[in-house]
Design a binder for this molecule. Structure first.
Ligand SMILES: [Zn+2]
Ligand SMILES: [Zn+2]
Length: 351
């Protein structure tokens, strides 16, 4: 099969033929139709992050959509030809408190596609039959692919916040994840305030249901509108710059959710925390149960997303553009001759 192989951190991925993997017991082989490209892939490619297991895979990617073409021994709940989603979690330990509490995305013994185990920048991928997501047979694979990580992470963040109808939800950062979160929060009946440094992204946020938009700046924290004090603040912006505005925006007993990976520390007054009772927590991708809910929501009414299609050969240039911040919307590798031709295609405002 063809795969984009990582040989050395930060160097171009090598497009080459490698042996097609065989599914072991409890595993399925998926022939990919599309694979989204996520910012985490950039971090893995650049060598910024290393798996705790010490076993870094050579094939990145964790937003795969494809068809089941082979069943490993003992797999009885998948049929050949069914559509499967291959997301970040390849498997988890199944025996820790997080796994037992259906909080498996916090399992400290998890293995991830495109990180510890081979990912989806290849024509085929082996998935754990218990962790692959069951997807609708119909629909554009390139549109489904970003749901596997970007959509799920946004959904997991909104769920982690316990957001309910009528609450004000402030979404910081209106890239791919933030735009999914806005749509999810609106469907739950929340009032959405969208915050970004980019006016064009705020316009997109409005078109997807954000009632209020605020341009991010150093002055925002000091000028947060009193009528928009939020029950929930979710940070999707990969910067500590949003922190002061979140502290200014949050109501007493509100919930602040860290969804973007920000390595720089932020300041926090414990005195303020005692006085306000604010909850501060984090989130990482989502669980299998959340994935099922997300797919049901998408099947009922597709989430809108801007997806640009690229070929496997263009994986490195796509990663480069993500690294430089030059990609609008999400990028997806499409496989096979019958797929849509690569190119820019906006799915916004699709009837
Ligand atoms: Zn991801
Ligand atoms: Zn576990």
């Amino acid at each position: 099969m063809l795969a984009a192989v990582l040989e050395k951190a930060g160097e171009p991925l090598h497009i080459m033929r490698v042996p097609r993997p065989e599914p072991g017991p409890g595993e399925i082989l998926v022939r990919l139709e599309a694979s989204g490209i996520c910012h985490t892939d950039v971090h893995v490619w650049q060598g910024h992050v290393r798996p705790a297991s010490g076993q870094l895979t050579a094939v990145l990617g964790h937003e795969g959509v494809g068809r089941v073409v082979q069943l490993g021994a003992g797999v009885s709940d998948w049929r050949l030809g069914e559509r499967a989603g291959v997301a970040w979690l390849h498997d988890t330990c199944g025996s820790c408190e997080e796994c037992h509490a259906e909080m498996e995305s916090f399992c400290q013994h998890q293995r991830a596609h495109g990180f510890d185990v081979a990912g989806t920048f290849a024509e085929y991928v082996v998935a754990d039959a218990r962790f692959a997501a069951r997807l609708p047979a119909e629909g554009d694979a390139a549109v489904l692919a970003p749901l596997m990580c970007a959509g799920l992470t946004a959904f997991g963040a909104v769920r982690r916040a316990g957001l309910i109808a009528g609450e004000i939800c402030a979404v910081f950062g209106c890239g791919g994840l933030g735009l999914y979160a806005i749509q999810i929060a609106r469907r739950l009946g929340a009032v959405v305030v969208a915050i970004d440094t980019d006016e064009a992204k705020l316009q997109l946020a409005t078109s997807l249901g954000a009632e209020h938009t605020l341009l991010a700046s150093a002055e925002l924290a000091g000028n947060w509108p009193a009528h928009l004090r939020a029950h929930v603040c979710i940070n999707f912006a990969p910067t500590p710059a949003t922190w002061d505005a979140m502290i200014a925006a949050i109501r007493p007993r509100g919930r602040i959710i860290a969804a973007a990976m920000v390595s720089q520390p932020v300041s926090l007054s414990q005195e303020w925390l005692t006085a306000t009772g604010v909850w501060i927590t984090g989130t990482s991708v989502g669980t299998r149960a959340q994935m099922r809910e997300l797919i049901q929501l998408h099947a009922a009414k597709p989430f809108e997303a801007q997806v640009e299609r690229v070929t496997l050969d263009a994986a490195t240039s796509a990663l480069d553009r993500l690294k430089a911040g030059n990609a609008e919307g999400r990028l997806a590798i499409v496989f096979g001759a019958d797929s849509h031709p690569p190119g820019r295609s906006s799915l916004f405002r699709q009837a």
